[in-house]
Write a protein that binds this ligand. Sequence first.
Ligand code: AMP
Ligand code: MG
Length: 352
Amino acid sequence: MKSSYLKSTVAALIILGIILLYPCLRALKNLDDRSFSGLTMGTLYNVQIVGAGIQETELRGLRSEVENLLRRINGQMSTYDPESEISRFSATTQTTPFPVSKEFAHVAAFALDVAAKSDGAFDPTVAPLVEVWGFGSKGSVTSAPPAEVIRKHKEQVGYRHLSVPSDASLRKSAPDIRLDLNAVAKGYAVDQVAELLKSKGYSNLLVEIGGEITALGHNKKRSPWRISIETPMPGAGVGEGQYKIVLLADRAIATSGDYRNYFEEQGKIYCHIIDPRTGWPVSNRVAGVSVIAHDCMTADAWATALTVLGPTEGLKCVEGLDGIEALLILRNDDGTYGDVMSPGFKRYIEDR
Ligand code: AMP
Ligand code: MG
């Protein structure tokens, strides 16, 4: 009698233990994740979706929808496609409203807002300077252009000559205004891909285009996504040298810097981010800037803008912006790196 009572008590305790431990055991088991990648905007894109038990056919369908979307965005904003909306708008000398897609008008309006808030450090009309410095669709150069040529091209730049008169048109008030949205287009595309996947019911995912990332929900370990910020070393390969790890959930991160796309002349580095206020590539100790924001278009634009603004002006500017945190990695004279960051950036850093 006594022993059967003991047995059933032990059995009940074991069952209770299993019930109580079940959520913990479940958490220990990693979820599935599926991914696909490809080429877009002259770089790689990568999509990772967690725990959805997605079948191969479903994944292929998603991939083809994502690629159609990316093709559409390229057709709107690629400066490398002569038939894109942006190329046709740049080519026209007409100063009356020019019809464009709502998406292109939306991104241009956003870029104008960042231009105003950064006091022209970010400028979507920077195209003539980007081209003359050899970072545009017209091909690269190996030496700095003559000062006179730079001055002439600078005269064709000025965001105040661009306006968005309706939700589906743009207008230039000077005939030689040309656009370059490469500093925001990748971030915009990342957001659009994430939105597409969200609309299909996926909530834990990561979308990346050339290092610009939106991370929604959690990863397959049910933890925030771990994103590596690289050490901004010129000539380093992708993934070489980790500066910091950040943990993100429902946030985006974008990184800009002078270490990936540049040319060197007589020991001096000329990078692809141009200060529209001087006409020259940025040269201010800033090696890399990572921005965390709620959406990737915002992070992308501000990473570029803060590279131009530099640490002092840049951090002052971030203070006045809502929902934006920044890390600026600075190059010291002895080749080492230091950094400054907005107070809120710290809470995203792993093992801070
Ligand atoms: P990102 O890599 O996002 O910083 O974008 C850099 C690209 O944006 C360059 O390759 C240029 O096409 C363009 N760009 C360069 N300087 C500026 C600037 N000051 N404002 C806006 N776009 C720029
Ligand atoms: Mg950018």
